[in-house]
Ligand binder design. Structure first.
Ligand SMILES: [Zn+2]
Ligand SMILES: [Zn+2]
Length: 297
């Protein structure tokens, strides 16, 4: 087995985010039989890739977006404020999306949906290729309908794109594109709103032999450790759960790596210091960065 740090570029050239390349050389590791490689490439030929389109908090730091990411370039997890722009900036074509997976329907996680649907409508996404919109059963259909209303689809029906809504509850499963998704309800409350159904997901990429777990917003919730047990990667909210507590979830779960997202990016050093004291294999992905998970490298 070998591990390596791969920052080569492939295919289209796309800009790195401000701040340049993170030169830490401790990233590439093999654990749970899965190598994790950091790259600025959008080459999707091997393994499971996660491209972080946004990593910032509810009101994103200037020039960044709130937390949202792409899996294998075709499955968008949350839409941030502007995931459409981020996808194009980093060399991805939104028409290629197969699904949008919502962790929950707080605004910073779905504000970008109308932009995305408008783009797909203008670009005439084929009707025989309905986009799957997956999310908490409590809210996902309602928000998709509201996005249509915002876009005045009844007045401009040529913008309508076909979609399939898949509402999930805790324990619900859905298979797409050789991947199995399992939903798990987490604890998320807000001082400004009523309770909301918030999901974490386990994703098993059967082709790549890779399992990862990601939360959206969640407060410290120890059952996430059981849900994530043995996964190669856990992507966890780093603001509603203090970093050291998110790291404790990762430690209990025995995951290979912990990626913390959705916090004030000006506090990255502080967040990492807090988490690494508990779980050293923690990192803070940067916007535009791709993580590649490859079995048996
Ligand atoms: Zn949020
Ligand atoms: Zn939230």
């Amino acid at each position: 087995m070998r591990s390596r740090l791969d920052r080569r570029r492939h295919g289209r050239v796309f800009p790195k985010p401000a701040g340049g390349v993170d030169e830490r050389d401790d990233f590439a590791v093999v654990s749970h039989g899965v190598a994790m490689i950091k790259t600025w490439s959008n080459d999707m030929n091997e393994g499971t890739t996660i491209t972080f389109l946004g990593v910032s908090c509810c009101i994103p730091n200037v020039g960044l977006d709130s937390a949202c990411f792409l899996i294998n370039g075709r499955h968008l997890v949350d839409t941030g404020w502007g995931s459409l722009d981020r996808m194009r900036r980093y060399g991805f074509e939104p028409l290629d999306l197969e699904s949008i997976i919502f962790t929950h329907l707080h605004h910073d996680h779905y504000l970008g949906l109308p932009h995305l649907l408008f783009y797909l409508g203008l670009r005439r996404r084929p009707a025989e290729k309905p986009i799957k919109i997956i999310g908490p059963s409590q809210d996902v259909e309602k928000v998709a309908i509201l996005a249509d209303e915002f876009l005045q689809i009844s007045r401009y029906p040529e913008l309508k794109i076909e979609r399939e809504i898949i509402g999930l509850n805790s324990g619900g499963e859905y298979s797409i594109d050789g991947m199995k998704l399992t939903a798990f309800e987490v604890k998320h409350s807000s001082s400004v709103s009523s309770p909301i159904q918030a999901l974490a997901y386990k994703l098993v990429d059967e082709k790549a032999g890779v399992t990862l777990v990601f939360t959206g917003d969640t407060h410290f919730y120890p059952p996430v450790a059981d849900f994530a047990r043995g996964s190669a990667l856990l992507i966890h909210d780093g603001v509603h759960t203090p970093p050291a507590e998110a790291a404790e979830i990762a430690r209990r779960a025995g995951v290979g790596k912990l990626a913390l997202i959705h916090f004030d990016c000006e506090k990255t050093d502080e967040v990492l210091a807090g988490a690494r004291g508990v779980f050293p294999m923690t990192f803070a992905p940067k916007e535009g960065e791709t993580i590649r998970l490859t079995r048996g490298v």
